[in-house]
Design a protein around this ligand. Sequence first.
Ligand code: NAD
Length: 367
Amino acid sequence: MSVVKEIEQPVTESLFEQAGKMGHEQVVFCNDEATGLKAIIGIHNTVLGPALGGTRMWNYASEQDALTDVLRLSRGMTYKAAISGLNLGGGKAVIIGDAEKIKNEALMRRFGRFVDSLGGRYITAEDVNMKTKDMEYVHMETDYVTGIPESMGGSGDPSPVTAYGVYMGVKASAKKVFGNDSLSGKKIAVQGVGQVGMYLTERLVKDGAKVFITDINEAKLKTVAEKTGAQVVGMNEIYDLDVDIYSPCALGATVNDDTIKRLKAKIIAGGANNQLQDEKRHGYMLLDYGITYAPDFLINAGGLINVGSEYYGNYSRERSMTQTEGIYDTCMRIYNLADAEGISTQEAAIKIAEQRIESIGKVKLSY
Ligand code: NAD
């Protein structure tokens, strides 16, 4: 997916400088000769609760790229949990290597042992190149894993919940920009009709929106178009369409110098992670261009809400959906703060997340 694209410039700082700059609490290097496991677990912040975030396996070009990725992703999880009102911290793990070649039961179970050794400071789940079966192996060695299949008593596929949160974000953004949140007659471009994009498209079409879809996978595209009646467009064409809303649901970094200039949409609201190529610069460029951006780490938090709910026990999909509905109000809060302070919506969202971490951290000081 978008992993390598999102990695930035060469890094010259020491390990502690890198972790310190982003405010990480702990970085764990896991090495096992017998299985070939090389993994890094990044624990960014545990003020609100244990650090929860998935494990990604990727054939990184260098160990530095892997470290950069895990530091950036784990920090993102802190904000996602905090702004969603969850009592969870931010963490993430990366396993270095080609999943097709080196991933097997022993490697995943060895990784599970490392997760277990952290005693619950880090809870893992699926991410890129991880399958349900892999999580079953991890689960054989630790209870600090979530997002387990329904057949094993877990919460199952989080994508419908994620898509529901994105839908809430789309509606809240419509309310802000068009004065009401009806999507009937709105033109919406959905980039990527995988799990999240497909469920989202279904909802949008049901609401009477005119939906345009694109995907590199022709078969998926055809299936979703036939199922929903959405109109298929070309991969590059998606940025130039005369639409009201652009919804990136595939890759990161699609909001950049080139695309912002091309977009005619007044709203960007989608499920993909790290949509802004440069969080600060493009956040402000959107402000200048009068495009309302629904921060991705808030509106795609339904999946985290769902796995968090599984981890804390007595899982109910209904409760996860209700909690995810709250994304609408949080979006409005972000827009109000951004307007009041003249800051980008991305910055407003980070501000709200950081304020919650700070205030709840103080609550915990007294016993
Ligand atoms: P997915 O792999 O099921 O779907 C992604 C889709 O994007 C695929 O159909 C793929 O073919 C398509 N795609 C890839 N490159 C493309 C391109 N250049 N142009 C158009 N389409 C392209 O993944 P998903 O679970 O639907 O997740 C989508 C995004 O949402 C990812 O960025 C993911 O990190 C993020 N996300 C997902 C969840 C979740 O619950 N699934 C939660 C939070 C965030």
